[in-house]
Every structure is written in structure tokens, then in C-alpha cells.
Design a protein around this ligand. Sequence first.
Ligand code: UDP
Length: 240
Amino acid sequence: MRIDVLGVGFDNLTMQEAVAQGVALLEQEGCHYVVTPNPEIVETCRENPAARDAVNRADLVLPDGVGIIKGARILGTPMKEKTPGIEFASHLMEEMGRRGKSLYLLGAKPGVAEAAAQRLQEQHPGLRIAGTHDGYFKEDGPVVEAIAASGADCVFVCLGAPKQELWMAKNGPATGARLLCGLGGSLDVFAGVVERAPKFWSDHGLEWFYRLLHNPSRIGRMMKLPLFLVHVKAEKRKRK
Ligand code: UDP
């Protein structure tokens, strides 16, 4: 059973269990997708029913950071651990490399996915990069066709939330891929364009603050974080 945090159902898994399930989905017939919501996305889902549906219909819903873990604990339904999308993706690529699977990288500014592909290929020698496409396209059709033609087993969809979740729910099956993963700004990190917050910051639930310091224009988005905690506390009172 999933753990409900303000209307989003999370899978309660360790990272190892999450990766094992990701690998199992890759081996199964049909199209599956993974989402990795953080408090900001949960807040978006509260306001946007289509986004909430796309998130809850995913085959794996993984808590991206410590904010969700804290929220679940306050609600009296503690979870095993955080399973950040970018770390899940790294472990999954390790496994895909061992199995000779192919990966398509979709998203970020022009040139970023190519740079990420080059670095990921070096880090995971067995992994096959099936293709790349930037995230600033107008029509889905040609992109979906390009992915289908590449024969990719897996697609990392990095278009930001909730765009990537809606995109995967709508277009996933037509890509022909077995597994799609919505991973936000991960391609920027894989390409080395953006640095991930050091472990200290993420362990203390301060990754958002680190990102804000490096990119002050995120301030508007950050306002959703205190709102998330207010809503969690209100929900806790309601459940008592
Ligand atoms: N992006 C994109 N197409 C769009 C909007 C955004 O490819 O139409 C990319 C953007 O370049 C960035 C990623 O989506 O690489 C979103 O990053 P953000 O930091 O917002 O995501 P987070 O990791 O916070 O979810």
C-alpha cells in the first residue's frame, strides 16, 4: 500500500528495493513510468488534478528528498528512506549497463543532453545511449517518433514538473520504451552544468536552500516549501 502525503501516494521502499523494482519494470512487457515528487510537486498536485493523476498513475512514486520523509513522519506514517531521483537514476544506469540496455535522454537546454550522454557513457561503459533531444520543443509527435525509432529501453524525461509527468502519462506508450523516468534537472547535473548540493545540505533537508543560493530566481518556487509544512500540519490535525 502507498503512503499518502497530501493526496500523493508514495511507494515505501529502500533505494535498493526501488532500483530492483525499476529493473523489473524494464524487463516487463508494456510501458511504465517513475516519478520522484518533492514537496513542491506535491503542492502543485494539490492545485492541479491532472498533474496529481499523472503522478499517482505512475508505476513507482519515489520521495525525492527529506521534505517528503519529514511530512510522512509528521502524518504518523514514516517511510523507510528518501530515494532521490538522481540517485535512483544512477543506480538504474549501473544495472542497465550490466544488462546492455539502451537509454534516451530527453530534456534540458540544447546541448545539455548530448554532454550528459558523453559523461554517462564514460561512467557506465555497458550502457548504450540510444539518442538525445533537448526539452524545448513545440510538438510532441516528432520527439515521440525519434524515441520510438531509437528503440530505447528507457527514457529519462527531464522537462521539469509537472510537464514531465504529464508528458510521460500521455506519450509513454507511443515511445515504445519499457520505462520512463521523470527526473527534473538531473541532465544538468549529469552534464556538469549544475552542481548537486553537497551531502551535508541534502542530509539536513537544505538542498532547496543551496539551490536557492546558487539560483536566486527560484525564490517564487521555494515559497511552496513552507506551505507544504503548513498543509501537512493541518492534515495531521484533521486525521486526529
Ligand atoms: N526544462 C525543459 N523544458 C521545459 C522546461 C524546463 O527541458 O520546457 C528543463 C530545464 O532546462 C531543466 C529541467 O527541465 O533542465 C528542470 O529543472 P528544475 O531545476 O526546474 O527541476 P527540479 O529538479 O527542481 O525538478
